[in-house]
Design a binder for this molecule. Structure first.
Ligand code: SAM
Length: 506
């Protein structure tokens, strides 16, 4: 969750400060067995009795869960919401109860983030007594497994171009959930599950004859060398799922350098992780790494590509998965069949250029409204005085027709000065074009800035002239809102001015 630069509402402040409350509802409801009780019989009195809650507190708690959308209520009867039914029942196929339980451990670590910040990363990572360590590992494995059931499916769906036969080596395999999901789709492959010995004992891969388990500490040069000796050049896929973030950049470069010999000449290195610049949710992972690891951190996508390049895998593509994790796939030879989406790349380029937000949207969601042009005509001092403004700009019908030849666009937001904003838009369009997006075309926000006033008889900079979205009849407020960007009229002197433009992509 990111607070937009223009956000100054007290409502948002309250939401940020109280963000923990919904989780506390989930956590206590899970502990008390409320979802299971509602699932078996939704009668209020029955639920309260079975979960050991008191009256009237229990009833109020059920209503709180209803207010949060975790339950539905009809008269005195409660029902599971779709969300609770899917994730919060013990026996649901996608149950995430272990994730909820483990989050309590994670929260305690986050609570000590101040110590880490003052004393340094790793300050809170004390060795645990054996029994506690085992219990923590079991909890951790359970949580990893349940998240992996969802994420592995997304990962292997995205990488749908793999050959029929091959060998996959999963480094940091945890309980093997990624491999199991992989083998269901690729039954002719061999697999190697590689992790610390303690972890592999909990991996439950006995029923999978195609999988060899191989204990190995990848920080240890000798153990890594032995692993490479056993499978040198055999990995069609070398998978690192949520592993590289456990280590700092120097350690990660060493790990990649040590394990690169596992990869077949036409093999792929697949890094599945939460990258700092992939989305707002992933960006917060670095706090997680600070609080939870000795030296781990999140990496940017390009940074990851550079690390892979350093190990000899210079051809890379990226994929962004529905539940916010992402994948970088790299190889020594050009990738065949891997078609990564250019839009996330453009999004990052937009931010790197200094634009403050960039959101993809389907071109058919862009609305053209007659009132927008009327507002140009009646009320704007620049009407008829700029070559990029009405009536010289694109006609609304022409703009609507143009939109039909595009599938996707990128809405971009910038701040003053306007000239910088428009320069950045043109640069973004140029980069998109040079990356092969032949149809790339930007629409600006605000009046054209290239001349003080427009010369007669024609524009002095036709190569830079781009009409604003609003001048083509586009309802920019509505469009921004559809992308989660809240545009408000500037009323107070410290209200934040935002410019909105758009790149039509492909
Ligand atoms: C966050 S878990 C990820 C598990 C699984 N790949 C997934 O994506 O759910 C990190 C895994 O890497 C393993 N790991 C961390 N450091 C390791 C090392 N030095 N050698 C081998 N495995 C390691 C951990 O034991 C753990 O199973």
């Amino acid at each position: 969750m990111k607070i937009a630069p223009s956000e100054n509402s007290y409502l948002k402040f309250s939401q940020v400060v109280a963000g923990y409350r919904v989780f506390q509802l989930v956590r206590h409801a899970v502990r008390l067995g409320v979802f299971e009780a509602v699932g078996s019989d939704g009668n209020a009195a029955g639920i309260i009795k079975r979960t050991g809650m008191k009256e009237p507190e229990g009833k109020r708690f059920l209503d709180l869960l209803t207010a949060a959308g975790l339950l539905e209520r009809y008269a005195d009867h409660y029902y599971l919401s779709q969300f609770s039914r899917k994730f919060l029942l013990k026996d649901a196929p996608l149950s995430q109860l272990d994730v909820v339980n483990f989050e309590e451990v994670v929260m305690a670590k986050w609570a000590a983030l101040d110590t880490v910040l003052v004393e340094g990363q790793g300050a809170r990572q004390a060795e645990l007594p054996e029994a506690e360590y085992r219990e923590r590992l079991r909890l951790f494995q359970g949580a990893m497994h349940q998240a992996a059931v969802v994420r592995a499916d997304e990962l292997w769906t995205a990488l749908d171009f793999l050959p029929e036969h091959g060998t996959i080596i999963d480094v940091g395999s945890g309980d093997g959930t990624y491999l199991k999901a992989f083998l269901e789709r690729h039954p002719n492959w061999d697999a190697v599950a590689c992790d610390l010995a303690d972890v592999l004992t909990l991996s439950a891969l006995e029923g999978y004859p195609a999988v060899t388990t191989r204990p190995c500490n990848i920080l240890d040069a000798e153990e890594s060398a032995q692993l490479c000796a056993a499978w040198r050049g055999q990995a069609s896929v070398l998978l690192f799922s949520n592993v590289l973030h456990c280590y700092n950049a120097a350690e990660t470069a060493d790990i990649l350098g040590r394990l690169k010999d596992l990869v077949a000449s036409d093999g792929l290195v697949v890094v599945h992780d939460f990258f700092s610049d992939a989305n707002d949710f992933s960006a917060l992972y670095d706090g997680h790494m600070l609080a939870n690891t000795y030296s781990g951190r999140t990496y940017g996508i390009d940074e990851t590509k550079r690390l892979l390049d350093g190990a000899g895998f210079c051809h890379a593509s990226e994929y962004h998965l529905p539940s916010a994790s992402s994948v970088v796939v790299a190889s020594a030879r050009p990738l065949v069949g891997a078609v990564s989406d250019p839009l996330p790349l453009l999004q990052r380029e937009a931010l790197a250029l200094g634009l403050i937000d960039a959101k993809p949207l389907p071109a058919d969601s862009i609305r053209v409204e007659p009132w927008v042009k009327a507002k140009c005509r009646y009320g704007c001092g620049l009407y008829g005085r700029k070559w990029s403004c009405p009536p010289h700009s694109m006609d609304a019908g022409e703009f609507a027709e143009l939109l039909t030849s595009y599938r996707r666009a990128l809405l971009v937001v910038g701040q003053p000065p306007l000239r910088d904003f428009q320069e950045r838009l043109l640069e973004l369009e140029k980069r998109a074009f040079l990356q092969g997006m032949k149809k790339a075309l930007v629409f600006s926000g605000g009046p054209c800035v290239w001349c003080e006033s427009c010369p007669e008889p024609r524009c002095a900079f036709p190569e830079k002239r781009r009409p604003s979205l609003e001048s083509c009849g586009c309802d920019v407020f509505e469009l921004a809102a559809s992308c989660g960007i809240n545009l408000r009229p500037v009323k107070e002197k410290d209200d934040f001015v935002q410019y909105v433009g758009m790149l039509l992509v492909d």
